[in-house]
Design a protein around this ligand. Structure first.
Ligand code: HEC
Length: 289
């Protein structure tokens, strides 16, 4: 009996050692010189809509993290600007620089927080996994600088994140990172509150007549994008909002106020940019031989 347990022990150990070696060798073996790895600046050429939206949704944090982001104009700011206007090219370049930084920072945070300990990035072509997690990715999809170190993971406490990009809104990710139970009751994912900070936000109380008519809660205050570090900065942002109101909406001015609030830090935005990137990379077609 003693002999049997020793044999089983060593067989188990060998299986573990084999799996361990293969997970080192296989990622290395799938890369070759014929298909050079896509660098981060190359990947950043495909700025996602979600990343562009972050600038409108969280303007203060966005500007703080991406120095050149203020040169990057949003779609709305570019309406009416001619296709060959140099501002378009300059703006696009600023977007790509900001996006490259966000992706790199986001990936680094994903590694540092050991998100990979609970999430895989590998849809297996078995057991109808595609129905739950989306498309199976090929070796070429993983041939990017953002996939170094390889983020396949070994455990699935949470769902596979291979095709996470575009699945949820930025807002959802913000709420989920701050308190996973708020979006997913019973979730065992930890709350990443250290990627959030306190600040001051401009808010607007809803017009009681409109609330009554639309069946909305009159006690609710609607936030404006942007979380300012000081009350004074938020107040001046509030004054700017007030000054931009047309005469007909003069009454709205009295409904504006500033209040303490919690919002994502620039690190959280980078992490979200990375999550929204997952699964969006499409490698170029294999050249015909
Ligand atoms: C202790 C394990 C654990 C860790 C560590 C963890 N998660 Fe999760 N995660 C989960 C579980 C369980 C779920 C499913 C329930 C839910 O939505 O919260 C989940 C869900 C998610 C989802 C939603 C997927 C979807 O679309 O349904 C995202 C995105 C996510 N995690 C990102 C992260 C990131 C980013 C980190 C690291 C900062 C992280 N997780 C760390 C366990 C974990």
């Amino acid at each position: 009996m003693d002999r049997l347990t020793s044999v089983l022990f060593f067989a188990g150990f060998l299986c573990f050692a084999l799996a361990f070696t293969l997970s080192c060798v296989y990622p290395w073996a799938i890369t070759d010189a014929r298909h050079p790895e896509a660098s981060i600046p190359e990947l950043a050429k495909g700025v996602t809509g979600e990343f562009r939206r972050l600038k409108e949704e969280f303007p203060v944090e966005f500007a703080a993290n991406y120095r050149r982001a203020n040169e990057a104009l949003t779609e709305r700011e570019l309406t009416g600007v001619a296709a060959d206007d140099p501002r378009r090219a300059k703006s696009e370049e600023a977007w790509q620089t900001a996006y490259a930084k966000a992706l790199r920072d986001g990936r680094d945070i994903y590694v540092a927080e050991a998100c990979w300990h609970c999430h895989s990035q590998f849809v297996r072509p078995v057991a109808n996994e595609t129905q739950r997690f989306g498309e199976v990715r090929t070796a070429q999809h993983y041939n990017t600088a953002l996939d170094r170190p390889v983020m396949w993971g070994t455990r699935r406490v949470g769902p596979d994140l291979t095709n996470e990009g575009g699945l949820r809104s930025n807002d959802w990710h913000v709420a989920h990172l701050h308190d996973p139970r708020s979006t997913s009751p019973g979730s065992v994912m930890p709350a990443y509150t250290w990627y959030f900070h306190e600040g001051w936000q401009v808010r607007r109380r809803i017009d009681p007549v409109v609330a009554e008519r639309e069946g909305l809660d009159a006690a609710r205050a609607y936030p404006f994008p942007g979380l300012y570090e000081t009350e004074a900065a938020a107040k001046s942002a509030m004054d700017a909002v007030g000054a931009s109101l047309p005469q007909s909406l003069e009454a709205e001015k009295s409904r504006l106020f500033v209040e303490k609030a919690i919002g994502p830090s620039s690190e959280a935005l980078s992490l979200i940019a990375y999550l929204q990137w997952l699964g969006t990379y499409e490698p170029a077609e294999e050249p015909a031989r």
